[in-house]
Design a protein. Structure first.
Length: 258
């Protein structure tokens, strides 16, 4: 049979052990009713199921182990009427007890109000000073740093920035790292250490054409599907001016630092 699953958080994780039958996973952004862009990434050992997006007339394939795409590729879609339904179907009719686990992580980002369509270039434009201040207060990681390298990861549809950390400004407790002692984490792109030479890996959408810039920047990133996705990256001197101006106005939602 088909088991309904209702999820209302903007981010989440689903794990289905011994897949049999199907799940219909209905995604919404709380009770806001807002349309969103959703993205999912399956676990590295995903097995026993296929994922479809429920369309108006048919199911649209979203993931299958046989689709030829990299397992870690992020797959994205748009909601309709403030919701989207994923149909997770068991890929086998096995009657034995071979353990298979279908895991996926999802992330929902609200679209602009007023019926505006998703614009991929929005991910690429520089942040306004108000957006910088908001990103500083809400990001999972804010750090000063210097770009060491940029690697285009075509198979993941992302560019990966390697940043040398010069001063850690903010970090969420989810990463289990104290700002004064950066810890090694080989499982994800957290801040890592190399002879006390801390660095961080940040993802940027491939279509943004990220380029190497000289000098020191302030990188603001949020955790998305297990990785750190860059939100804003003003030059340090520009950020210092923003901090001075907004702190003087008293309009920030947290204490801004540089």
């Amino acid at each position: 049979g088909v088991t309904p699953v209702y999820l209302r958080c903007s981010q989440g994780h689903l794990e289905w052990v011994y897949p049999r039958g199907a799940l219909r996973v209905l995604l919404r952004l709380g009770a806001s009713g807002r349309d969103f862009r959703g993205c999912v990434k399956v676990g590295s050992n995903f097995g026993g199921a296929r994922i479809f997006l429920e369309g108006s007339r048919s199911l649209v394939p979203l993931f299958s182990a046989e689709d030829g795409a990299p397992v870690q590729l992020v797959r994205c879609f748009l909601s309709r009427g403030g919701q989207a339904a994923l149909y997770v179907e068991a890929a086998t009719s096995k009657t034995d007890f071979t353990k298979e686990v279908a895991t996926l992580t999802y992330d929902l980002t609200a679209l602009p109000r007023g019926g505006a369509a998703y614009d991929p270039t929005e991910e690429c434009r520089p942040c306004t000073k108000e957006e910088m201040a908001h990103a500083f207060c809400t990001s999972d990681l804010v750090t000063r740093g210097i770009i060491r390298s940029i690697e285009n990861r075509d198979e993941l549809d992302a560019a990966q920035l390697t940043v040398k950390v010069t001063k850690l400004l903010r970090q969420s407790t989810e990463d289990n790292m104290a700002p004064t002692s950066l810890s090694l984490d080989g499982e994800s792109n957290n801040v890592v250490t190399d002879n006390s030479d801390g660095q961080v890996l940040l993802n940027v959408a491939l279509h943004c054409g990220a380029r190497h810039g000289t000098g020191e920047f302030v990188f603001m990133a949020r955790r998305k599907l297990g990785d750190l996705a860059l939100s804003c990256a003003p030059r340090l001197e520009d950020w210092v001016n923003v901090v001075r101006k907004i702190n003087k106005e008293g309009t920030a939602h947290c204490v801004l630092k540089s």
